[in-house]
Ligand binder design. Sequence first.
Ligand SMILES: O=C(O)CCC(=O)C(=O)O
Length: 297
Amino acid sequence: MHSPIIYRKMAILCFGTLLAPKNGYIMFRNLVSPESLDEYRQHFLDICDGKVKGGHTTTMKDLSLMQTEAKGEFLINKIQDFLYDDILFKYASDRAVVNIVADIIGENVTAVHSMLINKPPDADQDTSRHPLHQDLHYFPFRPADKICASWTAMETIDERNGCLFAVPGSHRDVLYPHAYPDNVKNKAYHGVQGLDKVPTVNLVMEKGDTVFFHPILLHGSGPNLTKGFRKAISVHYANSNCDFIDVRGTSQQNIAEEVEGMAKRRGFPVNFEDLWKYKSRLVNGEPGNFQNYNSKL
Ligand SMILES: O=C(O)CCC(=O)C(=O)O
C-alpha cells in the first residue's frame, strides 16, 4: 500500500490538472485494504441472508433472476443507500478514498450515493450488463466538476466477469438524454441510446484497486459470463456546497419521477432533490447545502 501523501499528490496532479481533462478518470492500485473489503463482502452476505435487522439499505434484484429459484447473493444485484449502515459506511469514510476525493472536489465533502454492486452468475446477459450512461443523469445538483465517484473492485474484475468500461474524454461532452434500453428494465438502469459504436476502454482491476471518475464520463459494465460473482463497492461524493437545480422539464425528469415513485411506494413521499439530501452524509469538512433542507416527513 502506498503512502496517502503520495496518493494525494498524484490525485492533484493527475485528476485535477492533467489526466482529468484528458480521460475523466484516474485509477489508484491497491488503495483499499483486502481486510476491509472482506468485511464489506461478509456484511453484504449477511444483508442478503436477512441477518441484518433494522438497516436502512435498499436491496435491488436482477430482473431475469426474479423469475427463477435464485435467492440471496444469487439474486440480489445491488445493496444501495448504505451511508447509515455502520459497516459499509466505513468504505464511504475510508481516509484513503476521502482524501483523494477532497483533492478533486474540495475539502467539504458529502457522500451522496452508495452502492455495493453484485453481478450474480447465470443472470441474463442483458440484465447483467450496465448500459452506457452518465451518472450526472441521476443528480439534481451542480456543478458537475464538484461531483466525483469512487469505485473499488472487491475481487479481480475483467472482461469475463463484467468490468467497467469508459469512453476516455467523454466527461467534456454534454449530458445526454437517458432511457431504458429496449426490453431491459433492471430498475433505474437507464442508458444513453445511439452511442453503440463509440470506442470504449475496459478498466481491468484487482481487488482494492479504485477508480475515481467524473459524473459526465460515459461508462458502463459488461455482463458476468463466469460462474462466480462480481462485486464492487462505490460511493458518489459531492462538494457540500453544490447547488440544487430543478430538473423538471429537462432530460432528467424521467429519472426524477421514477425515483420519487419508488420512494413513495416505500413510504417516503419526498421530492427528488430532498431525497438526495436525506440519503447523504457529510464525510469531510464543513456542512453545506446537503445538510440544509425543509423536512416534509
Ligand atoms: O458496477 C457496475 O457494474 C457499474 C456501476 C455503474 O456504472 C453505476 O452504477 O453507475
